[in-house]
Design a protein around this ligand. Structure first.
Ligand code: ATP
Ligand code: MG
Length: 297
């Protein structure tokens, strides 16, 4: 486990000034510096294995209790490790209780509706974990960097500060609505550095088995790095709430990203005060009868 007080450092506190530059993408847990590379790998593996056991337990409780659902939102620059982190979280839980949705460019049908429409159709039902690989936040991130993507999906004459503020407000209201109805919303920005992104892109180019992961458009978007950092900072500052907090997760070390996300998820589920359904005296009687019948076979 990564210590709770450290996890709290990654949580964006509502109402407090938020600056991305105060968050170090290359953070790794104290005590790991003095270890050799192999020892770090080994310790990291231990942490991750423990994570999976905790996640499995948390999900079972969520499912058994059946009152809440969990929505995990992942946003990041390319190659920050969204896919690997989602894979890690998923590998710890029962696939029947978990669903992943990846959101790409909206379709014509999507664009014919309000911007939240396509996401609401994929929300998790009670007892389940829903994972959004990209989300409605794209509508205030990539779309804010490239406003031409709005197409006809806009009724205002001017797309300026007010337009985006209205969208932050809509998102916050949407998430508050979800929270009030039993969906716990956790949002993760995987904070990778520009240098580490370059290293990962080069690795994708160098290794044939990783070539498929590279798309020339990734490089084009890298050209807008500073714009993206700006829109992320604004969006996170405007939409981190108690009902749906943002976590800015260090992402230069993959094992750190995975461990932090898994810890936040398990700690949140444990904090929900969930319970396995109680067996009533009437049900107990039925169970005893069933046992009698089986014994008599
Ligand atoms: P990977 O590259 O790991 O396979 P990805 O999530 O980057 O996964 P891509 O198919 O590469 O998937 O990219 C999806 C693209 O869709 C991204 O460029 C993203 O910005 C874009 N996109 C997602 N949501 C929206 C949206 N609401 N409006 C416009 N573009 C969007
Ligand atoms: Mg991509």
């Amino acid at each position: 486990m990564i210590r709770k007080d450290i996890i709290d450092l990654f949580r964006v506190t509502p109402g407090k000034k938020f600056r991305l530059k105060d968050h170090n993408p290359g953070w790794k847990q104290d005590g790991f510096e003095d270890l050799g590379k192999d020892a770090v790998k080994e310790r990291a593996q231990e942490v991750l294995t423990k994570n999976l056991a905790d996640l499995a337990e948390a999900q079972e409780l969520l499912y058994a209790d059946g009152r809440h659902s969990l929505l995990l939102v992942f946003q990041a620059m390319d190659a920050a490790g969204k896919d690997g982190t989602i894979k890690h979280v998923m590998s710890g839980v029962n696939p029947q209780g978990c669903q992943v949705f990846s959101f790409k460019k909206p379709s014509a049908e999507d664009l014919a509706h309000d911007f939240l429409w396509r996401y609401t159709k994929s929300l998790p039902e009670r007892g389940r974990i829903g994972i959004f690989n990209r989300s409605y936040y794209e509508d205030v991130l990539v779309v804010k960097v490239h406003p031409e993507l709005l197409g006809r999906n806009v009724t205002q004459d001017k797309v300026g500060k007010k337009f985006w503020e209205a969208r932050y407000e809509d998102i916050t209201a949407f998430e508050r609505h979800l929270a009030r109805n039993g969906t716990v919303v956790l949002k993760f920005f995987l904070n990778v550095s520009k240098d580490e992104q370059k290293r990962r892109f080069l690795e994708r180019l160098d290794r044939p088995e990783k070539n498929w992961k590279f798309s020339p458009s990734d490089l084009a978007e890298r050209g807008y790095w500073d714009d993206y950092m700006g829109v992320y900072e604004d969006a996170i500052a405007a939409t981190s709430t108690d009902a749906a907090p943002w976590f800015v997760v260090p992402a230069d070390y993959k094992w750190v990203t995975r461990a932090v996300v898994a810890d936040v998820v398990t700690a949140t589920v444990r904090g929900l005060d969930l319970a396995y359904p109680e067996v009533t005296p009437e049900q107990k009687k039925r169970l005893a009868e069933a046992r009698k019948k089986l014994d008599a076979e």
